[in-house]
Design a binder for this molecule. Structure first.
Ligand SMILES: [Zn+2]
Length: 328
């Protein structure tokens, strides 16, 4: 049986399909990959493949009762735990884990395989993780537990060692653009969102084009401004503030600079005589090809510094000065 409805991820899919075909599925999996790349979707596809009643052909039918209930997220043997949304400090509580474990002691209602999906397992607090440990080692028959994480270093090694690992990759921008168009997004907008998505379909879907345009205009104004470093620092502070919670979201901040990298990439393709390949609306005087390429790599270096331990305000102020020098 094939896994249906998963975008890209050929390696992960073929690993799971082979294990399913040979009856060698693990009872606990760790799906590792960036947010929005399809970890949860893959787990749900696995569930459908295991529970479809019409086992002919090589794909789940999508029509039978189990398929329809699974697609609607209402199958009684599909249990999902996830941290409350949009809170960096959100936790999956021990009581929620206990409740799921209690449910596992009954045989799956549908007679097939029950799947417990624990999304963003980095959010299991130490107590929840400990509650889960024993069950993870040996769940009752007929149950599969799937944990998704962005980075396996984000959870206890004792959890990692009890799971079979499946690696999922960031999606190719072309694949994301194609999927967005399939969902009715206009092609130009789809290409822009795909380029800004960091390989995450989820992120591409959330991107707001007007917001992107406003952010870009703000950055372009700053680059065109003749004010000195103090004003640049104030701008950097404003930008960093948006990513400062209990700890600073360095990943998010670095991704925000993708917009600047994309702008300079566009300047390069325009200077190279290919304006039709530009993804962003361009304003103001263009850069030379050399200046655009140099600027692009300066943004990339700054992103790496931010992901390292650099003081982000300083890294961004230095970047702005270099970009202004390159444009002068
Ligand atoms: Zn079916």
């Amino acid at each position: 049986m094939r896994l249906d409805g998963v975008l890209g991820q050929e390696r992960a899919r073929s690993q799971l399909e082979a294990e399913m075909a040979s009856g060698r599925l693990a009872h606990a999996y760790l799906f590792v990959g960036p947010a929005g790349c399809g970890r949860g979707t893959t787990a749900l596809a696995l569930f459908r493949a295991l529970n479809c009643h019409k086992r002919e052909g090589d794909q789940p039918c999508g029509q039978c009762g189990p398929c329809r209930r699974a697609l609607a997220g209402q199958h009684e043997d599909l249990l999902v735990l996830a941290p409350p949304e949009a809170q960096a400090s959100a936790q999956i509580k021990a009581e929620e884990v206990r409740e799921v474990i209690r449910a596992l002691s009954f045989a799956p209602y549908g007679g097939g395989v029950r799947l417990v999906l624990i999304r963003e397992a980095e959010h299991l607090n130490p107590t929840s993780a400990n509650v889960l440990l024993k069950t993870l080692e040996e769940p009752p028959p007929g149950n599969i537990i799937v944990l998704t994480v962005q980075d396996a270093r984000g959870i206890l090694p004792t959890l990692v060692s009890r799971c079979r690992r499946v690696n999922l990759m960031p999606l190719e921008p072309a694949l994301i653009a194609e999927e967005l168009v399939r969902r009715g997004v206009e092609p130009g907008s789809a290409a822009l969102k795909a380029a800004m998505s960091g390989g995450s379909l989820g992120r591409a879907l959330e991107l707001d084009e007007e917001r992107l345009a406003a952010d870009l205009a703000r950055m372009a104004r700053r680059l065109a401004s003749r004010e000195g470093s103090l004003a640049d620092w104030a701008f950097a502070e404003e930008l960093v503030k948006e990513f400062r919670g209990a700890v600073i979201d360095r990943q998010g901040l670095a991704e925000a600079l993708d917009l600047l990298a994309l702008y300079l990439r566009d300047q390069a393709v325009i200077a190279a005589g290919k304006p039709e390949s530009a993804l962003l609306p361009q304003g103001g005087p263009g850069l030379s090809l050399q200046a655009a390429i140099r600027g692009f790599w300066q943004v990339r270096r700054t992103q790496a510094q931010i992901l390292g331990n650099a003081t982000p305000e300083l890294a961004i102020t230095v970047l702005l000065r270099k970009l202004k020098e390159a444009a002068a």
